[in-house]
Design a protein around this ligand. Structure first.
Ligand code: HMG
Ligand code: MG
Length: 335
C-alpha cells in the first residue's frame, strides 16, 4: 500500500565537501556533479553561497552554477540547489543566473521537476532546475555559531532570500538544523520549536522543510516524536525532507521510521562524505549507496543506479584522500 517512489537529494558536492580542509579543485567538483547527474538522481545540491572566510571550500559556487547553466540538462531534468544564508548570497547567485537568460528559455516548454510541490507557470518559464536553500536551526547556540546571529534575525534574513527566490521563479528549500540534537545544547531539542520554525518558513513561501539531524544524535523514537510534532502542527509529509548524518550509525534506522511515517524525500551523500564545520565531531551524511541499497531492499524506487553511485563514491573518496564511509559501497567495490 505504500507509495514506493522516493526522492533522494544528493548533497555530496555541498555537505560532503564543505568541511574538507584542503581546497578541492573546481574541476574535481564539476566532475563529481557531472558524474552524479548520470546516475538517475533527480536532485543534486551543488554548492553554497556563503561567506568565503567562513567556509572557503564553497567559494567557487558561482563557477559551479555557471557551469551548470552553460550545460543545462536537456533530457533528464535535474534540480540543482545552492545554499544562501542572506541577501548577499542570494544576490551572488542571481548575478550568475541573470547572465543566462537563454538557458532559462530552453526550459520553457519542459515539464517541471516531477516531485515536490509544483512551481507556478511563471516560475517554469524562468528556471525550474535551479533551487535556493536557506538554513535555519532549532537552537539559539547553534544558530549563533553557524550564522552569527539569533534565530529571529536569521528568519528575517531568510524571508528576504525566500521572497527574492520566489520572485525569480526558483523553488526554495528551507533546512532546520540540529532538530534531533545540538552539539551545544544536547539531545533534548524541543520538537514543537522545530515545528514552529517550520511553520514560519512555510508561511514565508518555502516549498519544503528539510529536517537536519546535524549531529547524528537522532534515534528511532526521537525521529518518530519529531514527525508527530510536525504532523500535530499541520505540516504535510509531502513538505518534509529528512537529512540524516550517520555519526552514531542510526541514519538508516531513522530513515525506516520516517518511511513508516510517510516521508518520501531524503538527503544522502555519495561515499558518506560530509560534516558541518559548526558541529564539532559530526561526520558525514548517510551514504547514498547505503540509502539506495536500503530502498531497493524494500522494493522502493529512487531511480538511482547503485553500481554507478558506488563507483563514484570510491572515486571521490580516493580523490580527496578519505576512507570510503559507505558500507554498501565498500562491499560492492570489494566484490
Ligand atoms: P557574518 O560575518 O556575521 O556576516 O557572517 P557579515 O554580514 O558581518 O559579513 C562579513 C563578511 O562576509 C563581509 O565581507 C561580507 O561581505 C561577507 P568583508 O566586508 O569582511 O570582506 N559575506 C558574504 N560573502 C559571500 N557570501 C555571503 C556573504 N555574507 C556575508 N553570503 C554569514 C554571516 C551567514 C555570512 C556567515 O555566518 C556564514 O557564511 N555562515 C555560513 C555557515 C555555513 O555555511 N554552514 C554550513 C552550512 S549549514 C549545514 O551544513 C547544515 C545542513 O547540512 C543541514 C544539517 O546537517 O543540519 C544544511
Ligand atoms: Mg548536513
Amino acid at each position: 500500500h505504500l507509495n514506493d517512489q522516493v526522492r533522494i537529494t544528493e548533497v555530496g558536492p555541498r555537505d560532503g565537501l564543505q568541511n574538507e580542509k584542503k581546497i578541492i579543485p573546481l574541476a574535481t567538483k564539476i566532475e563529481l556533479i557531472e558524474r552524479l547527474a548520470k546516475t538517475g538522481l533527480t536532485d543534486i545540491e551543488a554548492g553554497s553561497f556563503v561567506a568565503p572566510k567562513w567556509v572557503p571550500q564553497m567559494s567557487d559556487s558561482s563557477e559551479i552554477l555557471e557551469r551548470i547553466l552553460k550545460h543545462p540538462p536537456t533530457r533528464n531534468p535535474i534540480a540543482y540547489s545552492f545554499l544562501a544564508p542572506n541577501a548577499k548570497g542570494f544576490d551572488n547567485a542571481m548575478a550568475i543566473l541573470g547572465k543566462y537568460p537563454t538557458s532559462y528559455d530552453t526550459f520553457e516548454s519542459q515539464p517541471p521537476p516531477p516531485l515536490g510541490s509544483q512551481p507556478t507557470s511563471d516560475s517554469i518559464a524562468r528556471n525550474p532546475y535551479i533551487e535556493m536553500s536557506v538554513f535555519a536551526a532549532a537552537t539559539e547556540s547553534f544558530t549563533q555559531k553557524n550564522l552569527n546571529c539569533d534565530i529571529e534575525t536569521s528568519l528575517l534574513r531568510f524571508k528576504e532570500v525566500i521572497q527574492g527566490a520566489k520572485a525569480a521563479g526558483l523553488r526554495v528549500r528551507a533546512y532546520i538544523s540540529v532538530v534531533l540534537g545540538c552539539p551545544f545544547e544536547g539531545q533534548d531539542v524541543d520538537p514543537r520549536r522545530v515545528a514552529e520554525i517550520a511553520t514560519d518558513l512555510l508561511e514565508m513561501g518555502a516549498d519544503e522543510i528539510d529536517l537536519g539531524d546535524t549531529t547524528g544524535m537522532g534515534t528511532g523514537p526521537t525521529t518518530r516524536n519529531l514527525l508527530k510534532a510536525m504532523h500535530a502542527a499541520g505540516i504535510r509529509n509531502e513538505d518534509i525532507v529528512m537529512h540524516f548524518h550517520d555519526t552514531y550509525g542510526q541514519a538508516l534506522v531513522n530513515t525506516a521510521v520516517s518511511l513508516e511515517h510517510g516521508i518520501r524525500s531524503f538527503d544522502s551523500s555519495v561515499g558518506g562524505l560530509g560534516g558541518c564545520p559548526y558541529s564539532p565531531g559530526a561526520t558525514g551524511n548517510v551514504a547514498t549507496e547505503d540509502m539506495v541499497y536500503f530502498l531497493d531492499s524494500l522494493g522502493m524506487n529512487s531511480g538511482v543506479d547503485l553500481d554507478a553511485i558506488a563507483d563514484i563514491g570510491e572515486w571521490i573518496t580516493k580523490e580527496i584522500g578519505k576512507p570510503n564511509a559507505s558500507s554498501v559501497g565498500k562491499a560492492l567495490i570489494g566484490k
